[in-house]
Design a protein. Structure first.
Lengths: 612, 126
């Protein structure tokens, strides 16, 4: 439809654009001219630029042949009337009101066009971004594969493609586990599957190290990173393979070896330490430090004498010195006083060598054998007592008859001599010494026939009080000051009062003897909460018992005073039948301290009852 | 009328028998000794004894068994046990079962005489 526009404003320009864009499909417009008195109106300028005829007088154009349509845009009634006067019948006229539809259309078309332009620009940007990401993805030093829930590959990068020899297109949709199926390391495959499942289930990142089969043969650190969808569910897992260098492997090994070593040290029940050649601690394990109420780090860089009690440190230094000098392993039986108690250790000390064989330090492993040692001593003692007992009974029986003869004949002979003769004196010696033999035999038999205790519930303080009243009458204690220090509310014990008194008396007699009749004896009761035991102590301020004799004093016949040497052995036997123990230590004043340790009264304890 | 008091001593060792004989020398009694319960039983049938001193532990038949036999067959005889110190509790037991007394080996002359004299006095009182 050939049309002439009257009025060259913005509306005119919009309609020309519409027409030129063939936007009006049902009304294809061919604008043949634009008329406006203002030749510089925007529509006029635009028309001229597009090669469309323009005229300042509309009549010039309205007389053109083959015009089908006149579009009036001025909105002036006189102009419209003028048009009607000029144009022949049959030519349609869109007046100003109707023509506004074109303007709206034109504006709409403009909007759409600019939107389209924006979309195109966005698409271009996205594509650029995609290309960038793809190139990053491909150029990454890591091998990357993306796996969906069905373990199918959805994407691989160039590195992965090169490594597997499969193109990204070939990889798409393939099961990633099947890709590993050729691997000789079947358990790696299982591990991969397990960790993949884990990543999908937990949404947590997984790490593992994988050694690829030859010819590659490299170690790969593989990270499985779950990616989440909008609902926060794991959608895919990004599998990133990073090749580990030798150095990294070594570091990893060292770290895990260190971890293993630390866990070994800290789990050990033995006291373990390492010192350098200068005697300074390099490592001390937890139990050793804690047993000494310290932390492992308190030891580092220090010498024993800087951190330990002087006696303990001196012993360590001396033993260490020997090991370093001889440059060889040595085993020691060591006794240390910790928290006021003696602890026995079986200690191994040995030099530590580096790879070239040079000694670089010294390792100490101390095993606490206190309870074993105590038990062994008790067993030894019990065994000795039993052996002595049966031996004594046998010997005593056999010796009685000959002694009867010696005694009868010596007495008879003596009595036949005048009382003031030398023979009478000599024979009296024989009789006296025979009677001494008899006493020894009787002591032996007393010892072998130790009575079974008659158990009752006892207050240790009562036993002490009774022993004290017993002792006060004895001449041995005339010049000895005896004090009591009793623990109130001490738990009761199970025992035979006479026998326990006998033990206390034995200890006190020994003390009196050791002090040569002058000095102080303390009777003490204590409750040891840690061991739940009630303790009766006899302490003196005498010369004390040399450490090397402490084990021997309980042996039958051990005596430094020419006595029978059975008192302490008998005491030991009695306390053993009370399920107790005897400990000998140095008292605060340097004298001897004998502790009788009883388990506290408990109905659950099954005390032995009489022998046959 | 005065009659000699007869004592029979039984022990499986000769030295003990000799010792007792020596220690009782001069006492107002006659002492016979045998080395076994078997011999003692033969002698007991033949001779009247007032006191029997026997060792407690002997092979074959021991002192306690002998005492039982004597209690049954010769209820008037006083039995004194000689014992090693080790079996002093069995000596106590023997006393409870009717022994007149006991003496622990080795014994002095005084110890032996003390118990024997008590026995002799009891016999004499009859």
């Amino acid at each position: 439809m050939r049309a002439v526009i009257v009025g060259g404003g913005k509306g005119c320009r919009a309609i020309i654009k519409l027409a030129l864009a063939h936007f009006l499909r049902e009304l294809p417009l061919d604008i043949v001219g634009v008329a406006d008195p203002d030749v510089n109106a925007p529509g006029m300028v635009f028309a001229r630029e597009r090669g469309i005829r323009t005229a300042s007088d509309m009549r010039t154009l309205l007389s053109l042949p083959d015009i089908n349509l006149v579009i009036e845009l001025t909105g002036k009634d006189d102009v419209l009337e003028g048009i009607y006067k000029i144009i022949p019948r049959g030519i349609k006229v869109f007046d100003h009101t109707f023509a506004k539809v074109f303007v709206d259309l034109a504006n709409a078309q403009q909007d759409q066009a600019s939107q389209l332009q924006e979309i195109t620009a966005l698409e271009e940007r996205i594509e650029k971004e995609r290309l960038f990401l793809q190139s990053v993805f491909d150029k990454m030093p890591e091998l990357v594969a993306v796996v969906d829930r069905d373990k199918r590959l959805t994407k691989i990068n160039a590195g992965f493609s090169r490594f597997t020899g499969i193109s990204p297109e070939e990889a798409f949709g393939r099961n990633c586990v099947d890709l590993l199926a050729d691997s000789e390391l079947d358990n790696s495959r299982q591990q991969t599957v397990r960790l993949l499942d884990e990543a999908f289930q937990t949404g947590e990142m997984q790490h593992f190290v994988w050694k690829s089969p030859p010819p590659d043969g490299n170690f790969w650190e593989i990270t499985l990173t779950p990616t989440l969808d909008a609902d926060g569910r794991v959608e895919e897992v990004l599998s990133t393979w990073y090749r580990i260098t030798e150095e990294a492997i070594l570091k990893h090994r060292i770290a895990s070896a260190e971890l293993r070593f630390k866990s070994f040290m800290d789990s050990a029940h033995d006291w373990i330490s390492i010192k350098d050649l200068d005697g300074r601690y390099v490592i001390v394990n937890k139990i050793a430090a804690e047993s000494l109420h310290m932390k492992p780090e308190d030891f580092i860089g220090k010498r024993p004498e800087e951190v330990l009690p002087p006696e303990f440190a001196a012993m360590i230094t001396e033993h260490d010195k020997r090991v370093i000098e001889e440059d060889s392993y040595r085993s020691y039986s060591e006794t240390v006083r910790i928290d006021g108690r003696e602890r026995h250790f079986m200690t191994n000390r040995f030099p530590l060598r580096d790879i070239t064989g040079d000694t670089k330090g010294l390792c100490t492993i101390m095993r606490d054998v206190t309870s074993e040692m105590t038990l062994r001593k008790q067993l030894e003692q019990a065994g000795k007592l039993a052996a002595i007992g049966s031996l004594a009974a046998g010997v005593a029986h056999e010796i009685n008859n000959p002694l009867t003869g010696v005694l009868a004949y010596a007495e008879d002979l003596r009595d036949s001599k005048p009382a003031d003769s030398p023979e009478y004196q000599d024979l009296s010696v024989i009789v006296r010494e025979t009677l001494r033999c008899r006493d020894i035999v009787r002591n032996l038999l007393d010892f072998s026939r130790q009575e079974e205790p008659k158990f009752e519930q006892l207050d240790p303080n009562d036993v002490v009080a009774q022993s004290l009243s017993l002792v006060k009458k004895l001449p041995e204690f005339r010049n000895i000051e005896i004090t009591k220090r009793l623990c109130e509310n001490i738990p009761f014990i199970q025992g035979d009062p006479q026998q326990i008194q006998q033990v206390i008396l034995n200890f006190m007699l020994n003390a009196a003897e050791a002090m040569e009749g002058r000095g102080k004896i303390s009777l003490i009761t204590e409750y040891d909460e840690r061991q739940n035991s009630s303790i009766i102590k006899v302490e003196d301020d005498g010369p004390g018992i040399p450490e090397n004799l402490r084990d021997k004093i309980f042996e039958p016949f051990f005596s430094t005073k020419g006595t029978s040497g059975l008192g302490l052995a008998v005491s030991w036997g009695i306390i053993e039948r009370h399920l107790g123990a005897i400990e000998v230590e140095m008292s605060d004043s340097g004298g001897a301290s004998f502790s009788i340790i009883f388990p506290t009264y408990d109905e659950g304890i099954d005390f032995p009852t009489g022998r046959d | 009328m005065e009659q000699t008091i007869n004592i029979l001593v039984i022990d499986d060792e000769q030295i003990v028998l000799d010792s007792v004989r020596k220690q009782l020398h001069g006492e107002d009694c006659s002492v016979q000794t045998v080395l076994s319960v078997e011999e003692a039983l033969v002698l007991l049938d033949q001779t009247r004894f007032d006191v029997v001193m026997t060792d407690l532990m002997m092979p074959h038949v021991d002192g306690l068994e002998l005492m039982q036999i004597i209690k049954e067959r010769f209820p008037d005889i006083l039995v004194i046990m000689m014992t090693g110190y080790a079996t002093i509790s069995s000596a106590n037991q023997a006393t409870q079962q009717g022994a007149f007394g006991y003496v622990a080996k080795p014994f002095t002359k005084a110890e032996l005489k003390e118990v024997v004299r008590r026995a002799l006095e009891q016999v004499k009182r009859r």
